[in-house]
Design a binder for this molecule. Structure first.
Ligand code: FAD
Length: 385
């Protein structure tokens, strides 16, 4: 049986994992098929996560958080969602807690932190991050949204696309140009609230996969953003993005390995029970070799992923290492889901089969959070530095 010994977790981590696993079994897995049809999870699910203390684990106690400063808990959260095979939740919930929340926590003004962090912990407010625009994805410096300083507020105009949690979001961290003449140094980040007049949303996109994810466009027309909603200093947004993107890429890597493992494990069961030529599919040498190749790579990936978590816990994970992790783990996920479809034969192409959905879901992992081509650029930059 495929299993990799884990050495980085304590009994407390295991207890947290078990309570989370029970929660996912009761509240997420039974609802995921409906959420995929609805193209979104429910607000109620966010509130339940909040009530059970699963959102924004690192949030300080002063805002009602648990202040758990140990990334292993975040890793368990991502891993268990990934192992459930519920890919929409596996991406959307961690994005809120481990990507959007850190921007507000690290760079928010005190009034903004007091206003938004408690609501993000409780699940009353759902977070999104809006960098990508129709004309600028990989090349973030080319964004065209603008935020003009009007004295007591910024006036935000522009649009964003492909925004995860976009349709349900109550609060979005938005990148905009405060000085279009300055390239990267002219980009700033803002907290935009659903209550702000001029902030509207598109409808969730029809995507190849991640059907329970409410990915959509966001529009900003003369949105008055209070000065206290600027994150950090004006003109430093690009620097903050580059800093925080390391954790975002690690999260995608951790989701990738867990989603790949669950696809692999269900395929092992399938081939053991599928007859052909008077044997089981698992009896063919080709199947055994394919399983061996995948199992070996997954084992390697799991040990690597655990070590990345420990490096991140001790602040030693740099941007290029996070890029390597994102690149390697998402390529592995795509490779495993493709091979697993093949081992299922025609059934692997049927949407009712988890492996078909896993195949479709995996593809985008090589695209968002920076494409894998951009990851290679970042890795090469460090090597050649
Ligand atoms: C489901 C989904 C969810 C997403 N969620 C979010 C979100 O929450 N927030 C957000 O801001 N964005 C989000 N994105 C956007 C995502 O990050 C971008 O799609 C991605 O960064 C690529 O940008 P692009 O689509 O404009 O492609 P482009 O930048 O146009 O790239 C097209 C191709 O050119 C290649 N390319 C570009 N530049 C280079 C280069 N320098 N060297 C080599 N090759 C290059 C790319 O690798 C790619 O293959 C999401 C996207 C999807 C599909």
């Amino acid at each position: 049986m495929y299993s990799v010994p884990r050495t980085i977790f304590t009994e407390e981590h295991d207890m947290f994992r078990q309570s989370l696993r029970d929660f996912i079994a009761k509240e997420i897995i039974p609802n995921n098929a409906q959420w995929e049809k609805d193209k979104q999870v429910t607000r109620e699910s966010w509130k339940k996560l909040g009530e059970n203390g699963f959102l924004c684990l690192q949030a300080p106690e002063q805002y009602g958080g648990l202040e758990i400063l140990d990334f292993r808990y975040n890793a368990i959260f991502i891993e268990e969602l990934g192992l459930s095979g519920c890919s929409g939740p596996a991406i959307g919930y961690p994005l809120h807690s481990d990507i959007v929340f850190p921007y507000i926590h690290h760079y928010g003004s005190e009034p903004a932190k007091s206003k938004y962090i408690p609501k993000m912990i409780s699940g009353d407010y759902i977070g999104a991050i809006a960098m990508t625009e129709p004309g600028a994805g990989s090349d973030l410096q080319a964004i065209r949204s603008t935020a003009e300083d009007k004295g007591d507020h910024y006036l935000l105009n522009g649009s964003k696309t492909f925004i995860t949690n976009g349709f349900l979001c109550d609060v979005a961290v938005v990148a905009a140009k405060t000085d279009p003449s300055k390239g990267a140094k002219g980009i700033s980040l803002f907290i935009v609230d659903k209550e702000m007049s001029g902030f509207t949303k598109g409808i969730p996109f029809d995507k190849v996969g991640l059907h329970a994810q409410d990915t959509c466009e966001l529009f900003f027309e003369d949105v008055r953003v209070p000065k206290e909603n600027l994150l950090g200093n004006v003109g430093e947004g690009f620097k903050y993005l580059m800093t925080e993107l390391a954790q975002e890429r690690l999260i995608v890597a951790l989701a990738a390995i867990a989603l790949a493992e669950t696809t692999f494990l269900s395929t092992v069961e399938y081939v053991k029970n599928r007859p052909a030529f008077g044997k089981m599919v698992s009896d063919f040498q080709n199947t055994r070799f394919k399983l061996a190749e995948m199992g070996a790579k997954l084992e390697q990936g799991r040990i690597y992923a655990d070590q990345l978590v420990m490096l991140h816990n001790s602040n030693k994970l740099d941007g290029a290492m996070a890029s390597s992790a994102k690149y390697l783990m998402t390529e592995l996920q795509c490779n495993v889901s493709d091979e697993c479809v093949q081992l299922h034969g025609g059934y692997g192409y049927m949407w009712d089969y988890a492996v078909a959905r896993a195949f479709a879901d995996a593809r985008v992992q090589r695209i968002y959070a920076g494409t894998n081509e951009i990851m290679k650029e970042l890795i090469a930059r460090k090597i050649l530095d």
